[in-house]
Design a binder for this molecule. Structure first.
Ligand SMILES: *[C@@H]1O[C@H](CO)[C@@H](O)[C@H](O)[C@H]1NC(C)=O
Ligand SMILES: *[C@@H]1O[C@H](CO)[C@@H](O)[C@H](O)[C@H]1NC(C)=O
Ligand SMILES: *[C@@H]1O[C@H](CO)[C@@H](O)[C@H](O)[C@H]1NC(C)=O
Ligand SMILES: *[C@@H]1O[C@H](CO)[C@@H](O)[C@H](O)[C@H]1NC(C)=O
Ligand SMILES: *[C@@H]1O[C@H](CO)[C@@H](O)[C@H](O)[C@H]1NC(C)=O
Ligand SMILES: *[C@@H]1O[C@H](CO)[C@@H](O)[C@H](O)[C@H]1NC(C)=O
Length: 434
């Protein structure tokens, strides 16, 4: 089993990182010959990736010059950890792990579409805990979360709060984070030590999971995917209307509590895909509490952004709602966003100074959304990322110093390789920039 996935890992590496030669050799039997027309070679990608570290704006321009990058043909896209020939889904260690141990994630019953039947509670190295999020009279509502077990509170110097993706699989994401943490420790220059990190992943379940029986009667749940835009709880009864961003505020406070973690300096809020869409919006909307300099945000491969004005340069397509929340600062807001977005100029001033890093996989060039508001931001995720960098430049008259970005070589919409690529390891785990 393990051997097989190593072979599969090699296969996907060869395929995703294929130069012309490999792709040509496979054109007879499969569809990925189209890739050569749309994806820059790994050599070109490596040079853009390198440039992006020092000059993300120049790199964004180069990404938008990649041949056919604006053509979102989902059929020619290598998506989530798939070997294109046989559709085997593989989850495996990255090739640059330097021997770091890779743990597989827990499974559970149910799906994100129909609702989960339970939250996995037996995980190697992590535990499922609950925190009181609200109290009314003698009733309390609790927010479940995963956290690394056997914490030595005195040793903890840093916290990473990781959000799940659309699958609401927090147990998977905390495990991937732990895997990436072990990879980071293999790079001495990052100065990342074991046992110094608090890892936490809030559970953001919805009404389907509630109905399917995954939650206790006093545990909070949201509606559908509403959590990613700051939507509010629909229960338990008596505890409706708590924003998912208030839940994030709660866990940030939990980490920054010096009684609990006396030596903790910094908190990083992290998300990939839908989780990244949530982190991007939270980094803009998070209420001020004087702790901004101790919090940073990692945004990996988001499907869309909350634009800061009504300008869109990606397409000529238009729809009356393209600038409405959650894609812009007009229309109907969720409760938390409404109170924070009242005054656009102070919102922007605050955002400009927050520390945000964007990572974009240069092979994340398929998976077109047909939502008009999203397509006005770009035809696929990597181009949306490049347009976003240009948007920041135009809004702030240059890319704000505390907003950085990198374009990652030969990675697609792959959560773990994104979390574990060098620029992410550096931003998420290393304290050198704090
Ligand atoms: C989580 O729960 C376990 C088991 O009850 C406990 O030992 C641990 O201290 C809790 N961790 C946190 C961070 O609350
Ligand atoms: C909780 O409060 C309600 C209403 O105030 C009361 O009727 C009920 O008896 C209380 N339950 C307990 C266990 O104290
Ligand atoms: C920062 O966070 C801590 C912990 O939640 C809180 O007590 C404090 O009021 C916040 N603000 C400042 C300025 O420290
Ligand atoms: C910090 O943790 C202590 C001990 O658990 C708790 O009593 C206190 O209320 C917490 N403070 C904040 C600001 O949450
Ligand atoms: C879209 O259409 C509206 C109204 O017709 C117009 O005001 C707006 O500038 C257009 N936006 C784009 C991006 O073309
Ligand atoms: C969008 O295009 C206009 C006109 O070409 C240009 O002035 C503007 O700077 C562009 N904005 C961005 C964010 O690229």
């Amino acid at each position: 089993m393990v051997k097989l996935s190593v072979v599969a890992a090699m296969a996907i590496l060869l395929v995703t990182c294929a130069q012309g030669k490999q792709v040509r050799a496979r054109t007879e039997s499969s569809s990925e010959h189209v890739l050569i027309a749309r994806q820059a070679s790994c050599k070109t990608q490596r040079s853009i990736a390198k440039l992006s570290v020092s000059n993300p704006v120049a790199a964004a321009n180069r990404v938008l010059e990649i041949k056919n990058v604006m053509d979102a043909d989902a059929n020619s896209w290598i998506g989530q950890n798939e070997v294109p020939d046989d559709n085997v889904v593989t989850e495996f260690q990255v090739p640059w792990s330097r021997g770091a141990k890779f743990e597989f994630s827990a499974n559970t019953l149910g799906t994100y579409g129909t609702g989960y039947l339970s939250l996995p509670w037996i995980l190697d190295g992590y535990s499922l805990n609950r925190s009181v999020i609200a109290t009314k009279g003698n009733k309390t509502a609790k927010a479940p979360f995963y956290v690394n077990s056997n914490l030595n509170h005195e040793k903890i110097k840093r916290a990473v709060i990781i959000l799940p993706g659309q699958w609401r699989d927090s147990w998977n994401f905390i495990n991937l984070l732990g895997n990436a943490y072990r990879v980071a420790q293999k790079y001495p220059e990052l100065d990342v030590e074991p046992d110094e990190l608090l890892m936490l992943s809030p559970v953001l379940f919805n009404q389907k999971d509630h109905a399917a029986g995954a939650l206790k009667s006093n545990e909070i749940y949201f509606k559908d995917s509403g959590w990613f835009v700051g939507g509010t709880t629909r229960g338990p009864s008596g505890f409706e209307g708590i924003s998912s961003y208030t839940v994030l505020d709660h866990f940030v406070r939990f980490a920054l509590n010096s009684t609990q973690f006396p030596n903790l300096n910094h908190v990083v809020v992290v998300g990939h895909s839908m989780g990244a869409q949530a982190v991007m919006r939270y980094s803009l909307l998070r209420k001020s509490d004087g702790n901004d300099s101790r919090i940073s945000y990692w945004v990996g491969n988001p499907g869309s952004f909350l634009y800061l004005n009504d300008q869109r340069n990606a397409t000529t397509s238009n729809c009356s709602s393209y600038n409405d929340f959650p894609y812009g600062l007009e229309g109907k807001f969720t409760k938390y966003a409404r109170s924070e977005a009242k005054d656009t100029s102070s919102l922007l001033r605050r955002f400009k100074n927050r520390r945000v890093h964007y990572s974009f996989g240069m092979d994340d060039n398929g998976g077109q959304s047909d939502q008009c508001a999203v397509t006005t931001q770009g035809p696929n995720r990597v181009s949306r990322g490049a347009f976003w960098i240009k948007h920041l430049v135009s809004v702030f008259d240059g890319l704000p110093q505390s907003h950085t970005a990198d374009f990652a070589t030969c990675i697609s919409h792959q959560d773990y390789p994104m979390l574990a690529h060098y620029q992410a390891l550096k931003f998420i785990f290393s304290s050198q920039l704090d």
